[in-house]
Design a protein around this ligand. Structure first.
Ligand SMILES: Cc1cc2nc3c(=O)[nH]c(=O)nc-3n(C[C@H](O)[C@H](O)[C@H](O)COP(=O)(O)OP(=O)(O)OC[C@H]3O[C@@H](n4cnc5c(N)ncnc54)[C@H](O)[C@@H]3O)c2cc1C
Ligand code: SF4
Ligand code: SF4
Ligand code: SF4
Length: 541
């Protein structure tokens, strides 16, 4: 099991004054498992690192335990030090006697006893550490972007700006749902004229397989040709869709003439040549209760309608009916005040009902205080929320990405990795990961582009995670429990051999499969049953 060297760090006074390191040395010396104990003032200093490297070589240690600070701070530092001494970086275990003992337990006696248990546990487990192989794979630095709206175009242009190849796949024509068509036309031009971006419009994605560094997409082009594309990462930017208010009680959509959605109203207004309506009612938050969330963009969209109506005809009376006003940022707040100044009336409602009476539409409403009123309008415009698009379910299955309860893609972590997903190399940006205004969609696309550019560098091979799981074939009964436990799609069943297999490229080493496996066949390489057994036994000794 090899000669074990133990290094105790004083961390200046941090550890030395809070823990009795002499007692620890004396107690551990009684233990035949350790070949030598070394103590140093500041192990992470240049002198400290050199000291560890040299002494490992001189004394011929084959396993190393370092009792110092949190592994979050210096695990990587000491793995490198151990590697510099000619050992595999994984025959090493770090013990946190600073944050978990010196700083957490005020009584010196108790802190020392606790540190002693932790160190014994590390010595116990390091005896069963074995070298782990650092594997590397070839990877493609190219990127596939799916969806040619605000977010997809931004991501593609940013990635191409750094000299990388991008394939942009769009089911229709690039442009997406953004309102500002002039601005969008310029972006589409920039996209089409970029020599590093290949745009496939009106294409169908038949299949997209693979993993980080090596994805393969099979497409069918508009002309019916089959095309195969290879890339190292995928950016999903398939957007969202407008909520359809058909059948929603009280609004009369598709039942009453004159009731339309924002887009329908604007289209009709731009096509019409005859006069202006005398009165328009715009209703916010349509579908919010059914959707279960605020879409964040419909209030502003509703006010834009009012502004356009007023610009076309200042005499037209416009009433905006809202439940809550969602005005994120100073810009939108200013927009609201400017809109109110143009003579647009804002009415807060609790209940609303649209009916046709004679030649006009009547909007009856009840307010929070119980009072009620009505407005006669020639046109009623429904500003509906945003719902998850139909493409989400298909891509979620393809890439093994979870959807949230509303059908939007779930990012790996809302704060720590908001555009990444549980599938490494697959990013989600814009409306497909939740309602997003154009500014948010653009910012998310920039974030994903940054991640793609830093993760896949031309000529560099991809270093795989070493602390992964594996399946002992002889013990595996093919029950599939590990497959269900794996959130990353790394554990799969080999149907022919009736055993589980772990794809090392996808495996993040979370250990879920090993914890779930009833037969002990799935094992985490650095949390084996042996290692864990030793660790727990020594802690409880
Ligand atoms: C109804 C509605 C109203 C909105 N109102 C506002 C507003 O008032 N103000 C505001 O700031 N923002 C608004 N937004 C949001 C605005 O559209 C977005 O901020 C921004 O355009 C989102 O960009 P995106 O790239 O995520 O999506 P989109 O611009 O919608 O682009 C998505 C693209 O993906 C393509 N696509 C979808 N499925 C596939 C597939 N399977 N394969 C290939 N391509 C696919 C689509 O054809 C589309 O071109 C609204 C969005 C919607 C849906
Ligand atoms: S290795 Fe950690 S415990 Fe030791 S001196 Fe550095 S910071 Fe302090
Ligand atoms: S450790 Fe197991 S559960 Fe976790 S990612 Fe790897 S295969 Fe999946
Ligand atoms: S849970 Fe264990 S026994 Fe079942 S398939 Fe996975 S590795 Fe095999």
């Amino acid at each position: 099991m090899g000669k074990i060297g133990l290094y105790l760090c004083e961390c200046g006074p941090n550890i030395a004054e809070a823990i009795d390191l002499d007692r620890i040395t004396a107690e551990i010396k009684k233990d035949a498992k350790v070949a030598g104990i070394e103590r140093f003032k500041l192990l992470c200093s240049e002198d400290g690192k050199r000291f560890v490297t040299e002494s490992i070589k001189e004394r011929g240690y084959e396993r190393v335990v370092i009792a110092a600070c949190s592994p979050k701070q210096h695990q990587a530092t000491f793995e490198q030090v151990v590697a510099n001494a000619g050992l595999n970086a994984h025959v090493f275990q770090m013990v946190n006697i600073r944050e978990q003992c010196a700083w957490a337990t005020p009584d010196k006696e108790q802190a020392t006893s606790k540190a002693l248990r932790f160190i014994r546990a590390a010595i116990g487990r390091v005896r069963y550490h074995w070298p782990l192989e650092q594997k590397e794979i070839e990877c493609s630095p190219d990127t596939i972007v799916i969806g040619g709206g605000t977010a997809g175009i931004e991501a593609a242009l940013r990635i191409a700006q750094k000299g990388r190849k991008v394939f942009l796949l769009e089911k229709d024509e690039p442009g997406g749902t953004r309102r500002d068509r002039e601005w969008m036309a310029a972006r589409v031009d920039a996209l089409r004229n970029n020599p590093l971006i290949e745009v496939y419009e009106h294409c169908k994605i038949r299949e997209l397989l693979g993993f980080f560094g090596s994805f393969v997409a099979h497409l069918e082009t508009r002309e019916g040709n089959e095309v195969q594309l290879k890339a190292g990462s995928v950016v999903l930017a398939t957007g969202a869709v407008a909520f359809d208010p058909t059948g929603l009680a009280g609004y009369g959509y598709r039942e009453l003439e004159g009731v339309s959605t924002v887009r329908e109203f604007e289209k009709a207004a731009s096509d019409a040549s005859d006069g202006h309506p005398k009165s328009v009612a715009v209703i916010h938050c349509v579908g919010r209760e059914k959707l279960g969330y605020c879409s964040g963009t419909c209030c502003v969209e509703a006010m834009r309608v009012a502004r356009r109506v007023k610009e076309a005809s200042a005499e037209t009376e416009v009433t905006e009916f809202y439940r809550d006003l969602c005005l994120p940022g100073t810009e939108h707040d200013r927009f609201y005040h400017e809109t109110a100044k143009t003579g647009v009336r804002f009415v807060r409602f609790r209940d609303i009902d649209v009916a046709r009476e004679g030649p006009g539409l009547v909007v009856r409403y009840r307010q929070e205080d119980g009072s009620s009123g009505s407005v006669v309008a020639d046109a009623v415009v429904l500003s509906a929320g945003v719902a998850a698009g139909p493409a989400n379910a298909e891509f979620a299955r393809m890439f093994n990405i979870p959807l949230d309860e509303h059908g939007f893609f779930q990012s790996e972590h809302p704060v720590l990795n908001p555009v990444g997903t549980v599938t490494e190399g697959v990013f989600v940006v814009g409306g497909c990961r939740g309602p997003a205004g154009a500014l948010d969609a653009t910012a998310q696309a920039g974030a994903a582009a940054g991640k793609v550019l830093s993760a896949l560098v031309p000529g560099r091979r991809l270093r795989l995670e070493t602390r992964t799981s594996e399946v002992a074939e002889a013990l595996c009964v093919g029950c599939g429990i590990c497959v269900a436990a794996c959130a990353y799609g790394a554990a799969t069943l080999n149907e022919d051999r009736h055993i589980a297999v772990v794809n090392e490229v996808l495996c993040r080493g979370c250990g879920n499969c090993a914890a779930a496996c009833p037969s002990g066949a799935a094992q985490h390489r650095q949390f084996t049953t042996r290692q864990m057994d030793q660790e727990v036994t020594q802690i409880l000794r």
